[in-house]
Design a protein around this ligand. Structure first.
Ligand code: SF4
Length: 752
């Protein structure tokens, strides 16, 4: 039998490399990089080889489940489940208001189509509050983007392919990637004597091993190191004044705050050599191009939002913006980021990009406040495992009137639900990622299914269609004009449908709020190969054509905006490797600034106040009871996200070792393979020890992705490794964005 390779994408990290898969029966037996993929171009790391552990995990769900009074589950048919969920959520809406129904999730690293379809369900319910993993990581950065560039979704893209100097801050792209072909690009930079690799990280990571400069800061002192770098830039007059004069306002305020930063003192407080800090500042300032990437190492640590502001200030003061090899504002076909700001109903916490801080969710439930959240709809997410303080999160979920979970597997959150709805896997349905974050060429990959859905499961767009119908939000007569226009598509194309769609949406804001499901029901059946779930992308293509006609034209999609949009949509539907939808010139970055005066606004008073307060802070203040800083959730070769529930995929480090430094191990009498107890203010756990010379004394790490329960071969559930959030506390978070300090958990370690 001839081998049949099918194209899709890896769904384990945000890069979503294109892959080709050899499918036998229902197994993904061989996997290789897809050379035709416009972004990854054949690259794939070794983790992609393991995707069958997700597709064929023993924990796959095959029937809707309803909780019995004793806490066990009984299978029910889809009609029963959808009808009862609609009835329960309607009751919450009608009694307390739709704003007491919180939506959490919306897709993992590779499945983002549920998000827009869920918007229709949420509109039908009046659910206005949402959160997801981004509110555990990036919302501080988005807030800073909003202040600097005008809108919180003005998102920058680094250009490491061409950068003379590459800077990674709290980021180990060797393991966590974050940009295309990460390992290949890192090797290219490391090999080139004209280029420089800088890593700021308390761990000596694989990336740090390749670096020209590794500033191995003490855990939690990133803000001091970044402030010292910026202080040197200002005090040694390494600033790109011409760039700032033309493109920025507010430099004077930032300059004044940095002019008094005690550079050598701050470097020493961060545990790094002041001379090296100054050398790095000069190297950055004198380079023709610099790209930077910050990640969870600084975003989930003290001064999270300030860290983002300082990182961005570093490339902006040195003029590394809007040119080749530097930072640019990328296009977006579909965006993950909402536009809502405001505050949460109970605690008044800041909402950023439409997301409430994940860490405050229990506080917004476990209260007698009349506007507390009373129901949650959780989709492709596992907050009982992934949010801080799991035990309090479980208590909060258990206190809800109704908890509905949509997922492929029985997760920790699903176990607490009133209803669990089984989704088809990402390889059994049309799917896409909205991580379209590249510049100057940006691409989008609609993935065709490799397999039929597992019996009993449904794709999320169909789940939301059924919910919207069951909620009585959509009537057949509303859709008659659109069905009529859709019937003409085979002979007249989609433009008459587009005109009808605009008319119907303009006439009824209520229907417009349900637009994704309206498209799914009317345009969806006319799409080839059963790609009804892609209907929502038709709208995205038209919006992009109206917003960025030049970028679209440069990508080869010509004609008036509606015509170019239709060409783009056809290409998205027919390409199995993905489509380049946007090609930019570097100057396009200036068009994407959304400040009223089209300038970068450097003066951010909240950040300048926090910057000035650093001098009064003593980062080295020891905690006698909890002398270690634990990074709860380190990415390693042997870890992925929790869509792999079966630990057997890990060939090394199966139990997820606790890494500690050699001096600490000697002091505590611990050796490789010994058992240690980690105790924090919130909990305790035991783990096997791995002694390493990559950590500073006083620093310890546990891997991410462990501690999930999994059905063993004997049918019984087993938990392997430490669930990091059994150790974290929800009050340990950034004062502004609420992002958790998962990389900075005070802990005590003892031999068992
Ligand atoms: S880099 Fe990310 S998306 Fe690409 S193969 Fe590795 S884990 Fe998958």
């Amino acid at each position: 039998m001839a081998e049949s390779w099918k194209k899709t994408a890896c769904i384990l990290c945000s890069v979503n490399c294109g892959i080709e898969v050899l499918v036998e029966e229902r197994n993904l037996v061989r996997i290789r990089g897809d050379k035709a993929h416009p972004t990854s171009a054949g690259y794939a790391c070794e983790k992609a080889q393991q995707l069958d552990w997700y597709q064929n995990g023993r924990d796959r769900l095959t029937s809707p489940l309803r909780r019995r009074p004793d806490g066990s589950f009984e299978p029910v048919d889809w009609d029963t489940a959808i009808g009862e969920i609609a009835e329960r959520l309607s009751r919450v809406r009608d009694t307390f208001g739709g704003d007491t129904i919180l939506y959490y999730g919306g897709g993992g690293q590779g499945n983002h189509l549920p998000g827009p379809y869920a918007m229709a369900t949420r509109a039908a319910l009046g659910s206005v509050y949402a959160s997801n993993a981004l509110a555990q990581e990036k919302t501080g950065e988005f807030w800073v983007d909003g202040r600097l560039f005008g809108r919180q979704r003005c998102h920058t893209s680094p250009d490491f392919e061409h950068a003379e100097v590459a800077v990674f801050i709290g980021k180990n792209p060797w393991q966590s990637h974050g940009f295309p072909r990460a390992r290949a690009v890192l090797r290219e930079i490391a090999r080139d004597p004209q280029r420089t690799l800088v890593v700021i990280d308390p761990r000596r990571t694989e990336t740090a091993d390749l670096a020209d400069y590794h500033l191995q800061v003490a855990p939690g002192t990133d803000a001091f190191c970044l402030a010292a770098l910026l202080g040197a830039v200002v005090q040694e007059n390494l600033v790109d004044h011409a760039f700032l004069a033309e493109h920025a306002t507010g430099f004077e305020a930032l300059r004044d705050a940095l002019a008094t930063v005690p550079v050598d003192d701050f470097a020493e407080r961060a545990g790094v050599d002041p001379g090296i800090v100054r050398e790095v500042a000069r190297r950055i300032a004198r380079a023709s191009s610099v790209s930077m990437l910050e990640d969870l190492g600084i975003q989930q640590a003290p001064h999270s939002t300030l860290n983002s502001y300082l990182e961005k200030s570093l490339y902006l003061l040195t003029g590394n913006f809007a040119h080749r090899g530097a930072m640019n504002l990328h296009s977006r076909l579909a965006s993950l980021l909402g536009t809502r700001e405001g505050t949460t109903p109970v605690g008044g916490h800041r909402i950023i990009t439409s997301l409430i801080p994940a860490n405050v969710i229990p506080d917004e439930i476990l209260t007698d406040h009349p506007k507390r959240f009373r129901a949650m709809f959780v989709e492709s997410a596992n907050p009982a495992h992934s949010l801080a303080d799991s035990s309090r999160m479980r208590e909060a979920l258990a206190a809800l009137d109704t908890l509905v979970v949509v997922d492929v597997a029985m997760t920790e959150t699903a176990r607490l639900a009133h209803y669990v709805l089984p989704a088809a896997s990402q390889f059994e349905k049309w799917e896409a990622t909205f991580f379209n974050l590249e510049f100057p060429r940006n691409s989008f990959h609609l993935r065709a299914p490799l397999l039929e859905p597992l019996a009993g499961t449904l794709p999320e767009p169909e789940i939301h269609r059924r919910l919207v119908r069951a909620l009585g939000a959509l009537r057949d007569e509303d859709l008659v004009p659109l069905h009529e226009a859709a019937a003409l598509i085979p002979t007249a194309g989609r433009l008459p449908y587009a005109a009808a769609f605009q008319r119907v949406m303009a006439a009824s804001p209520k229907l417009a709020a349900l637009a994704p499901v309206v498209l799914y029901e009317t345009l969806g059946p006319m799409l080839p190969d059963g790609a009804a779930s892609a209907a929502v992308l038709w709208g995205a293509a038209h919006q992009f054509a109206a917003r960025s006609p030049e970028s679209l034209r440069r990508a080869g999609f010509n004609g008036p905006a509606p015509v170019a949009a239709e060409k783009l949509f056809d290409a998205i539907l027919s390409s199995r490797s993905g489509v380049t939808f946007s090609v930019d010139e570097y100057a396009e970055t200036w068009n994407r600034l959304e400040t009223a005066d089209r300038k970068i606004h450097l003066d951010v008073p909240e950040m300048l106040d926090e910057l000035r307060s650093l001098e009064r802070e003593s980062p080295a203040a020891a905690d006698a009871e909890f002398p270690f800083v634990l990074a709860a959730g380190e990415r390693r070769t042997s870890t992925a996200n929790t869509i792999f529930r079966d630990p057997s995929w890990r060939r090394k480090d199966a139990g997820g070792a606790l890494r500690i430094s050699t001096p600490d191990a000697e002091r505590l009498g611990l050796a490789d393979g010994a058992m240690a107890r980690v105790t924090t203010r919130r909990g305790a756990a035991e783990a096997v020890v791995e002694v390493t010379d990559t950590l500073r004394p006083g620093h310890a790490t546990l891997p991410n992705g462990l501690g999930t329960s999994h059905r063993g071969e004997d049918g019984r559930d087993v938990v392997s490794g430490v669930a990091p959030n059994e150790l974290t506390a929800s009050e340990d978070r950034d004062w502004l964005a609420g992002t958790p300090w998962h990389k900075h958990v005070r802990a005590r370690i003892e031999a068992v």
